[in-house]
Design a binder for this molecule. Structure first.
Ligand SMILES: NC(=O)c1ccc[n+]([C@@H]2O[C@H](COP(=O)([O-])OP(=O)(O)OC[C@H]3O[C@@H](n4cnc5c(N)ncnc54)[C@H](O)[C@@H]3O)[C@@H](O)[C@H]2O)c1
Ligand SMILES: [Zn+2]
Ligand SMILES: [Zn+2]
Length: 366
């Protein structure tokens, strides 16, 4: 049965989001309809609105979410009505050489399930019956969403929806960049640029990994106070190029740098900041027109590494339970990441607050 639902849409670039009544189709073969519990407001959603990430419009926003299975399509055997699930915004075919090698973020089939379920036709329509795209195979800023079963990970129902939702992007991205991409070692020195949901998660990850020093950098003072709560040992208010200060503070530069803002220039700053043999990880998504410059020679004589991290280089079926285990064990703070809860009608305000940097994370609660 198709369902009426309210959904948050981007209809026009650089215009406020709109909340509309839509109709969500029942699941086809290999698909599942989910009743949404909570959906985080991620900078990548904002990037779809301002054109940094080019996705076709009109678009149902949202990818960082958790909910309850409402209906399963034919051939879905591992999920049932009532199961609690977290969305994964990467589609994993399970068969290509990257999936087979345990690197599903690089799955070759990803582009096929980017704005619809894998089958390729839309499941959401507006009031006039026009088809709508969904953000990264999810479209979870809506009361209901029908997606490929491969985009869903079953979780322990005792975990609050709004905490579980954060594992669907910010937390796995930030902590995963530290654990999986960089493999930060105990006793090391880490710098994190940008203290939003992703950067604060990287800071927590570094603390859990046993980093001795975690330096947080942001342009907003209140973000630095938040960073301290999540384990930053030092903070720097970004005004001018902080490389000199970082070198001085750490006696030669940090072992690892994480760029969690989305700027080509900052990626270069992160690379310059790290010591010999260090690793700089680009997590933020910059506009496709941006570039990063680095002194080529330093790659050789200083054996520095500049790399990227997509969704924390995670394997959702391994890393989601791992993150939630750290949460249940009291090591990973999720409740504290949520600065403000919004109703779906308040979505325009939630995006305005994200843009002005008010929140660690804002979450729409259904
Ligand atoms: N790699 C991935 O898979 C992945 C996943 C999710 C999000 N992202 C990207 O990560 C980035 C961060 O996402 P978020 O949701 O945490 O965003 P956010 O807007 O919540 O946080 C960004 C923070 O960066 C700060 N900032 C801005 N300019 C800065 C500067 N020059 N120096 C230091 N700090 C600065 C802002 O004040 C803000 O606190 C975005 O680009 C987003 O698209 C990437
Ligand atoms: Zn694959
Ligand atoms: Zn995200």
């Amino acid at each position: 049965m198709s369902r009426k639902a309210r959904a948050v849409l981007c209809r026009e670039l650089n215009k406020p989001v709109v909340v509309e009544q839509v109709s969500v189709d029942p699941p086809k073969r290999g698909e599942v309809m989910v009743r949404m519990g909570a959906c985080g407001v991620c900078h990548s959603d904002l990037s779809a609105i301002n054109g940094t990430i080019a996705l076709p419009l009109p678009l149902v926003l949202g990818h960082e979410a958790a909910g309850v299975v409402e209906e399963v399509g034919e051939g879905v055997n591992d999920l049932a009505k009532g199961d609690h699930v977290v969305f994964s915004f990467i589609y994993m075919c399970g068969k290509c050489r990257f999936c087979a090698a345990g690197r599903p973020v690089l799955c070759l089939e990803q582009g096929k399930a980017l704005t619809t379920p894998l089958e390729g036709t839309p499941r959401v329509r507006d009031a006039a019956g026009k088809p709508l795209n969904i953000f990264s195979g999810c479209g979870t800023m809506a009361e209901y969403a029908t997606v490929s079963a491969e985009n869903l990970i079953k979780i322990d129902p005792k975990i609050p929806m709004e905490c579980a939702a954060l594992v669907g992007c910010a937390v796995t991205t930030g902590v995963g960049a530290v654990f999986n991409t960089a493999k930060v070692e105990p006793g090391s020195t880490v710098v994190v640029f940008g203290c939003g949901g992703v950067g604060l998660s990287a800071i927590q990850g570094a603390r859990i990994a046993g980093a001795e020093r975690v330096i947080a950098i942001d342009t907003l003072e209140p973000k630095l106070a938040m960073a301290k709560k999540f384990g930053a040992t030092d903070v720097i208010l970004f005004k001018e190029d902080p490389v000199k200060e970082l070198k001085k503070l750490t006696g030669g530069g940090p072992d690892y740098a994480f760029e969690c803002v989305g700027s080509g220039e900052l990626a270069g700053v992160a690379y310059r900041a790290i010591r010999r043999g260090g690793t700089a990880v680009v997590v933020g998504v910059a506009r496709s027109t941006e570039n990063t410059a680095l002194r080529t020679m330093t790659l050789v004589f200083e054996e520095k590494t500049l790399t990227g991290s997509y969704f924390g280089s995670c394997v959702p079926r391994v890393d989601f339970p791992r993150m939630l285990g750290l949460y249940l064990g009291g090591q990973l703070k999720l409740d504290e990441l949520i600065t403000r809860r919004y109703s779906i009608a308040e979505a325009p305000q939630a995006f305005a607050d994200l843009e002005s940097g008010k929140n660690a994370r804002g979450v729409i609660v259904f």
